[in-house]
Each structure stands twice: as structure tokens, then as C-alpha cells.
Write a protein that binds this ligand. Structure first.
Ligand code: NDP
Length: 345
């Protein structure tokens, strides 16, 4: 049950929405960070952002995460690894476009840790998802770490390209997480490190990574923008579309605590602040900035039916995150959008 309280952490896909906050959290806790990005052009913003940390922040280019040995250099000398790099979008036609990088990317990090990290690596934290846990069903259900999204794998197996894009993504995360556990179970007697898996639902809150305009936001914030700022959802959608959510800052803290907490080793952990319907965000946003859409004014949160929710009690016991509230998350996200000149209120 190793745990890492100091030293250097490798963060894969360091330029992503979640990853930049993860990097920031490690640096703030005194760790040094080595980030991987796919090309030099993706490193520039990060170098500027974390300039004040001097040589405690460095970048390595890994151009193809699916290649065996891709992370051989990157893992050398690090004490822990946070593997966040994985595609999250709804543009995959052939499911393999999203499944291969998710699964092979995960396996190549673990393989490099096995081959070249033996001297130093003690913990590998993987950014998984509630996508690998929940399944759609006819009745409301609370999901826990015991559950696996077998349905998405079945759907994609049966329908291939015709499967829903959401199912392709869910299958990618389920297969990647399962591959990680299989790899670790097979090799755990050979290595000094263990694995902790973070399973967040939708992640929201301000942007630190490089984004030039709202149209280029990452997947989760695009959904939030469309619902809260752009007013693109129907009244019906606003009160029916919902899921679990977590503030990106809290998810970043969870990665750090999963690194420093011995008992997190060998655990998959749901990191969720609670459930929402999109109208919940709209209500807060409209109250703070009345020029933003009011949405469906007949919504009664007390009557909302949450078909999917997550039991985060393991996280509360193990990591003890104090979650940002929905009000804080909405306020801070909007303030960020205003500062960027994306909305005028
Ligand atoms: P982003 O799209 O912002 O970041 C994804 C990161 O993964 C980027 O660094 C990206 O690199 C890299 N990446 C994607 N595809 C590939 C590929 N084929 N080869 C190499 N690198 C790749 O997404 P998020 O920050 O939102 O997601 C980060 C992680 O968090 C993912 O594992 C995702 O599944 C998980 N997650 C996210 C949630 C959310 O709501 N945002 C919810 C639950 C889990 P590049 O910029 O070069 O494309």
C-alpha cells in the first residue's frame, strides 16, 4: 500500500481541461510535475501558466500514446503517475477511433511503468469515469463502485459505427479501466506500485487550459455552455437532462489525495458532488446574471427524478473532499467566461 507524499508526478495529456487543474494541484502541494503533450505547440501555454514553478514543471512530448514504449522516457524517475490522456468527444465514427487510444494509451503507460518505473514509481492514479459505471435503465438507480457499464460494451459490439456516440465513449472508458485492472492484477507481484482509479461524472468549472473561443471548449463544458449560456436546450430537455457532476478543482484534489493516501491503492473511487438537471445551473446563472436565459421557469427541483445517481460514500471515507457547491461552480465558471469576453452581462 504505497503512497507518495513528495517527489515528481507524471501527468499524461497535461494540456487537457481536467489535467491542467490536476497539474496545478500537484504543484500547489509541493510536488514537481512532468507533463506529457502530443506536440510542442501544446506545451507553450502550459509553460507560461506554470512559469512561476521554475524547474518543478517540465514537459515531455509523447506524440502517439498508443505505441508500446511511448512513455518509457516519461516514467523514468517519477514517484507517481496520473494518467488523464484519453479522448472525450462525440465525433468517433468507427468506435475504434476512441476505444484504441483509451485502452492502448492506458496500457502503454502501465507497460512503461512496469518496464522503466520499477525503481521509483509507487502509485498510478487513473482518470477513469462514471461512464464505466452507470447503465441506462427504466427506473431510477444509485450506482456504486461495484457496478460496470456492460451495456455500452454490448451496444458497441452489436452496432459498431451505428452505436450512439455516448455509448462509444462509455465503452472506451469501461474497456480502458478494465484493461488497467487486468494489467495490474497480472503484474502486481512484479511491481512496487499500485493503482487508484478516479471515477468522476460530468466535470465542470473554469478553464485553465488553452481555449480561444467557446466553440473550442472541451466536451463537458460545451454541454454546460449550450444549456446555461447559449440557451440551446428545449424546456423539456432542461428539466430532464441531468447526471452527476463534480467541480474540476475537487477532482484535481481527489487525484492528489489518491496519490498521498495509502488506502486508495487498489480502489476505484466515485468522485461526485451530486446530481443535477441542467435547469439547476440555469436557475443559478439567471439569478446571478439576469441577462442569461431563464430557461424553464416551471421547473420544480423537488419533483426532479434523477434516473442515474452515484454513491460517493467511499470517496468521503477515503479522500474526504470538501466539495464546491453548485452555486460556487456556476458563479466561478461564469466569471471566467466573462473575463474572457465570451459573454457580456
Ligand atoms: P480534454 O479533451 O480537455 O483532454 C483530453 C486530453 O487527452 C488532452 O490532453 C488530449 O490531447 C488527450 N488525448 C485525447 N485523445 C488522445 C489521443 N488519441 N492520443 C493522445 N492524447 C489524446 O478532456 P477532459 O480534460 O475533459 O478529459 C480528461 C480525462 O478525464 C479523460 O480521461 C476523460 O475521459 C476524463 N473524464 C472527463 C470528464 C469531463 O466531464 N470532462 C468526466 C469524466 C471523465 P490533445 O489535446 O492533444 O488532443
Amino acid at each position: 500500500m504505497p503512497a507518495v507524499t513528495s517527489g515528481k508526478v507524471l501527468v499524461t495529456g497535461a494540456n487537457g481541461y481536467v489535467a491542467v487543474w490536476v497539474v496545478k494541484s500537484y504543484l500547489e502541494k509541493g510536488f514537481a510535475v512532468r507533463g506529457t503533450v502530443r506536440s510542442e505547440s501544446k506545451a507553450k501555454h502550459l509553460r507560461q501558466l506554470f512559469q512561476s514553478y521554475g524547474d518543478k514543471f517540465e514537459i515531455i512530448i509523447v506524440d502517439d500514446i498508443t505505441k508500446e514504449g511511448a512513455f518509457d522516457e516519461a516514467v523514468k524517475g517519477v514517484d507517481a503517475i496520473a494518467h488523464t490522456a484519453s479522448p472525450f468527444h462525440d465525433r468517433a465514427d468507427d468506435p475504434s477511433e476512441i476505444i484504441v487510444p483509451a485502452v492502448q494509451g492506458t496500457l502503454s503507460v502501465l507497460h512503461s511503468a512496469l518496464q522503466h518505473g520499477a525503481q521509483s514509481v509507487q502509485r498510478v492514479v487513473i482518470t477513469a469515469s462514471c461512464a464505466s459505471i452507470f447503465e441506462y435503465g427504466a427506473t431510477p438507480r444509485v450506482f456504486s463502485e461495484k457496478d460496470w457499464n456492460e451495456r455500452a460494451i454490448r451496444e458497441v459490439g452489436e452496432k459498431g459505427r451505428a452505436a450512439a456516440n455516448g455509448d462509444k465513449y462509455c465503452a472506451s472508458k469501461t474497456l480502458a479501466e478494465r484493461a488497467a485492472w487486468d494489467f495490474w492484477n497480472k503484474h502486481k507481484s512484479e511491481v512496487a506500485w499500485d493503482v487508484a482509479v478516479m471515477n468522476p461524472p460530468y466535470v465542470y468549472d473554469p478553464v485553465l487550459h488553452e481555449v480561444d473561443k467557446p466553440e473550442h471548449l472541451n466536451e463537458s463544458l460545451t454541454l454546460w455552455w449550450n444549456a446555461v449560456v447559449a440557451g440551446k436546450l428545449t424546456d423539456e430537455e432542461l428539466v430532464t437532462i441531468g447526471f452527476g457532476w463534480v467541480d474540476v478543482r475537487d477532482l484535481a484534489t481527489a487525484h492528489v489525495r489518491a496519490t498521498t493516501t495509502p488506502e486508495a491503492g487498489g480502489e476505484r473511487v466515485i468522485v461526485s458532488a451530486g446530481t443535477y438537471k441542467d435547469q439547476d445551473f440555469v436557475n443559478i446563472a439567471h439569478r446571478l446574471y439576469p441577462k442569461l436565459p431563464a430557461g424553464n421557469t416551471s421547473y420544480d427541483p423537488a419533483k426532479a427524478v434523477h434516473m442515474i445517481s452515484f454513491d460517493a460514500s467511499k470517496e468521503r471515507k477515503l479522500l474526504g473532499i470538501k466539495y464546491h457547491t453548485m452555486e460556487e461552480m456556476t458563479r466561478d465558471t461564469l466569471e471566467d467566461f466573462i473575463k474572457r469576453g465570451w459573454i457580456s452581462v
